[in-house]
Design a binder for this molecule. Structure first.
Ligand code: PLP
Length: 425
């Protein structure tokens, strides 16, 4: 005999707050104190010379990250949004160029494209992995397409083998937003490192963090240098007789502070264990939620590991006879934390509907040689998932020891056994 659903006045299934995730330890406290005591909170100088590449903590973190991820260059930045802007600028995108990306991502992925006066073109996503669909990418290619920006959404690599082949066939740069997937593998490499440029967010909500921050990774010396320039006032440092070298070298201050770098270096040591604990929680959920009618748990792809920034589920609401919103409300009422309905449909944002970015005259779309579609129906898979069938569980919000995962599973099972009550409402 199960009790009434909490949504309908019954007792909550999870009647205690689950332990929230704490990313910081005493070692981070000591590292921050050490930097503060040194008095040097940033050593960057936006001019040629020894400190153009930052101070000791920044350089140590970058060396450690390059080694960890197995790349030639790791370049720290003050946010991953800044990192995306550096990556796009470095590959030489020109105003009016098009970059193909996914609408199922955080807005910064697409805004970084607009920041170079380039035009985001949204390909649809795969209904199983939620990653950008290579076949749709191919259909989006036009004469002005210059790059593909893949996103390893929720912590699982996009299909980089297919995307690389498309990029080579059409002479496109391949970039990767792996903000949510540090530690994920694709083949024997880390996700993010198989693109021309990739990288990770270090903001508070991600697997590892230093408050705000990001790190770019690449094996390409020239791209690395261009990103270092963009990060730190390129125009006041760059000296070349070749005009081509000045393309996009309008610099920013995207420099990471020394405290953040010291913390980020320690967080890197914790990445493997942290990701493994989320994979354990996901496996427990997979087993505990198996067999619930109309619920599909995350699907993994061959040759890639998933680090479960989000545990992404799909609902067959026709089979269930209730709406997703009813179900989410019922689960939340039982005390399941970090649950959300839908994710992102960036192409439908007002900025794209109005095509208003820089000034009132539709720049950069005014440079386009063709009509770029952003209306409803442009990305039917992403739209269906967003409006009807997708439900995500934020696995980075809580610690999730096995007993807490078990409590979440019990709450799900209670709601499923109470579906009849919900349907009657
Ligand atoms: C978090 C995130 C970003 C932005 O990272 P910040 O460090 O917050 O600037 C970009 N893309 C994706 C997919 C993200 O999840």
């Amino acid at each position: 005999m199960t009790s009434a659903l909490a949504l309908l006045g019954g007792p909550k299934s999870i009647d205690r707050p689950l332990e929230l995730f704490q990313a910081m330890g005493e070692d981070e406290v000591e590292a921050a104190a050490r930097v503060v005591r040194s008095g040097v909170l940033s050593a960057f100088i936006g001019a040629p010379g020894e400190f153009f590449l930052g101070g000791p903590e920044v350089r140590a973190f970058e060396a450690k990250a390059a080694d960890y991820f197995g790349v030639k260059h790791a370049i720290s930045v003050n946010s991953w949004t800044s990192g995306l802007i550096c990556a796009i600028g470095a590959v030489g995108i020109a105003p009016g160029d098009e970059i193909i990306t996914t609408p199922w991502t955080m807005s910064a992925t697409a805004m970084a494209i607009l920041h170079w006066n380039a035009i985001p073109v949204f390909a649809d996503i795969d209904p199983v992995t939620f990653n950008i669909d290579p076949a749709s990418v191919e259909r989006c290619i036009g004469p002005k397409t210059k790059a593909i920006m893949a996103v390893d959404i929720f912590g699982q690599s996009a299909d980089m083998v297919e995307l690389r082949q498309i990029a080579e066939r059409h002479n496109l740069a391949l970039l990767s937003d792996t903000a949510q997937g540090p530690g994920a593998k694709v083949g024997n490499r880390f996700a993010g490192t198989v693109a021309d440029i990739g990288g990770f967010s270090l903001n508070y909500h991600k697997h590892i963090h230093c408050g705000e921050g990001g790190v770019l990774v690449t094996d390409n010396d020239r791209l690395a240098e261009r990103m270092q320039l963009l990060r730190n006032h390129a125009e006041s440092v760059l000296k070349s007789d070749d005009p081509a070298e000045y393309v996009n070298m309008i610099g920013y201050n995207f420099r990471m502070g020394e405290i953040e770098a010291a913390i980020a270096a320690l967080q890197l040591d914790k990445l493997k264990a942290r990701v493994e604990s989320r994979q354990r929680a996901a496996r427990q959920l997979d087993e505990g939620l198996a067999g619930l009618e109309g619920l599909t748990t995350p699907q993994t792809t061959d040759g890639a590991t998933h680090v479960y920034y989000v545990y992404g589920m799909k609902l067959d609401t026709e089979k269930l006879g209730v709406t997703r919103e009813q179900l989410v409300a019922a689960l939340q009422a039982e005390g399941v934390p970090g649950l959300f309905a839908g994710y992102q449909n960036l192409h439908l944002l007002p900025i794209f509907q109005h095509r208003i970015a820089y000034g009132p005259d539709h720049f950069p779309w005014s440079l386009a040689s063709r009509e770029i579609a952003y209306g409803p129906g442009t990305c039917p898979v992403a739209e269906e998932l967003h409006t009807r069938s997708f439900m995500g569980l934020n696995l980075c919000m809580c610690e999730y020891p096995p007993e807490d995962v078990a409590a979440v599973i019990t709450a799900f099972r209670k709601v499923w056994s109470g579906l009849g009550e919900l349907r009657l409402r």
